[in-house]
Design a protein around this ligand. Structure first.
Ligand code: B12
Length: 145
């Protein structure tokens, strides 16, 4: 289903140590087909580079980060500081294969939330509904500086 509002912008990319681009390209294509403007910063994008992209596109309603090589947690270590400094002042969604190995449990998602990730997804088809939910969510209190 095509999205109603063609002006909705998201920033999409892959975490800093990660070179996997296939899902990133498919997700960009799918979101564009649903009416989103996708600023795709691509593979190997650090938290600082996501923050730069947000400074150029402050209209973005979310930053969507993919990771497949199992090193998402290490790659996002700068996220709490970036969020506390107001450099990524929009929801952050994380998805993909987020840890090393095939066994995943609920504590994986919890540790990403502790870094400041708002939503952890495995299925990219849930992105539009998740973006809708995050957009209507009450503003969060600012993190203490
Ligand atoms: C192709 C591939 C590569 C290519 C990537 C080429 C490129 N530029 O894209 C190359 C050869 C470079 C590569 C390298 C490596 N790879 Co590799 N690679 C793969 C492979 C075979 C396919 C990945 C792919 O494109 N799938 C197609 C896409 C559409 O599907 P997907 O990636 O599974 O993503 C799905 C979900 O995860 C989800 N999803 C993905 N991203 C996102 C993002 C969001 C926001 C959301 C919501 C959902 C989401 O949606 C997708 C569709 O359901 C997988 C194994 C496999 N069969 O899946 C391994 C795999 C991802 N690679 C792996 C590894 C370990 C590596 C290396 C570390 C290997 C090495 N020792 O060098 C390096 C890391 C390089 C780096 N710096 O990141 C592991 C990761 C293991 C883990 N997480 O525990 C895998 C799973 C192989 C394995 N079974 O061990 N790889």
């Amino acid at each position: 289903m095509r999205h109603e509002n063609a002006t909705r912008t998201v920033i999409l990319g892959v975490a800093a140590s990660d070179a996997h681009v296939v899902a990133n390209q498919l997700i960009a294509h799918s979101l564009r087909a649903q009416g989103f403007t996708v600023v795709n910063v691509g593979a190997c994008t650090s938290v600082a580079e996501f923050a730069d992209a947000y400074s150029w596109h402050p209209e973005a309603e979310a930053v969507i980060i993919g990771s497949l090589n199992g090193h998402a947690y290490e790659d996002l270590q700068d996220l709490p500081a970036a969020r506390a400094q107001g450099l990524l002042d929009c929801p952050v969604i994380l998805g993909g294969n987020l840890s090393v190995g095939s066994h995943k449990d609920a504590s994986d998602a919890e540790r990403f939330r502790a870094l400041g990730v708002d939503a952890v997804l495995s299925d990219p088809e849930l992105l539009p509904a998740t973006l809708d939910q995050l957009r209507t969510r009450a503003p969060q209190p600012l993190a203490a500086s």
